[in-house]
Design a protein around this ligand. Structure first.
Ligand code: SAM
Length: 228
């Protein structure tokens, strides 16, 4: 039987894409930058241009999008707020185009509606990395209070002149006890890239394996209904 296909938009080096692959999808990644370490089929293109080609998008069973988050993420809040306007916020347009295509989808972005919020502790990882996951055209059962796990401690590093130790590493930025490349690889379960920028952008594959298993059940349910 042919595997369902998933279009992985804004794919970077494929933290998200690898999780969907493990959940059983054939994955095609799209990024505007050449990502030679992407572990599946890769297309270098503008993700929004691809999304505007509705006929192409509808050849897939599902779509994931991680539009760049710098406009809204924690790193451009507080004292770094002045940096935010330097980045395009592509969330609104991505969502609009995905809804118009009508293919079941997932958007991961700080502005995304938090239908699901995943955390490294749910998967025994060495990062906390809370991520908002918005479901487009389908739903799954998730309750933060029930499914989120209490953190075992703090994120290691220097904050406002105070050093904290803890079981998690900070997989972003540089200095002040931030994770080294091997620490990030270990903490997130990503072995196929050693490029610092790609690791700092990545979603741990465990997150999208979890969401991918639920998305797969939805997609397979649709196929069964169509066949009946
Ligand atoms: C947050 S990262 C995605 C991380 C990825 N989901 C992962 O888990 O590894 C965002 C990516 O979007 C890419 N990007 C930015 N603008 C783009 C565009 N218009 N079309 C395609 N990719 C774009 C960047 O090069 C970057 O790799």
């Amino acid at each position: 039987m042919k595997k369902p296909r998933l279009l992985d938009l804004f794919c970077c080096s494929g933290g998200a894409g690898e999780g969907y692959f493990r959940a059983g999808f054939d994955v095609v990644g799209v990024d505007i930058v050449e990502r030679e370490r992407y572990p599946h089929l890769f297309v270098k293109a503008d993700a929004l241009e691809i999304l505007r080609n509705v006929d192409y998008v509808r050849t897939f069973d599902a779509v994931h999008a991680s539009p760049p988050c710098q406009a809204a993420c924690a790193l451009t809040k507080g004292t770094n707020q002045h940096l935010a306007p330097n980045y395009d916020d592509l969330y609104d347009e991505t969502k609009e185009l995905m809804e118009a295509a009508g293919v079941p989808g997932v958007i991961e972005n700080p502005s995304a509606r938090p239908d699901v919020v995943l955390c490294g502790e749910m998967f025994g990882l060495g990062v906390l990395r809370h991520r908002n996951i918005e479901l487009v055209g389908w739903t799954t059962d998730f309750k933060f209070k029930r499914d989120h796990r209490k953190h075992r401690g703090r994120v290691r590093g220097l904050r406002h002149g105070v050093w904290y130790d803890g079981p998690y590493v900070a997989a972003y930025g540089n200095g002040g006890g931030k994770a080294t490349v091997p620490e990030m690889q270990r903490a997130m379960g990503i072995t196929w890239t050693d490029v610092r920028e790609e690791l700092t952008e990545a979603i741990p594959p465990a997150y999208t394996e979890w969401i991918g298993e639920r998305l797969m059940a939805h997609v397979m349910g649709d196929e069964m209904r169509e066949a009946a």
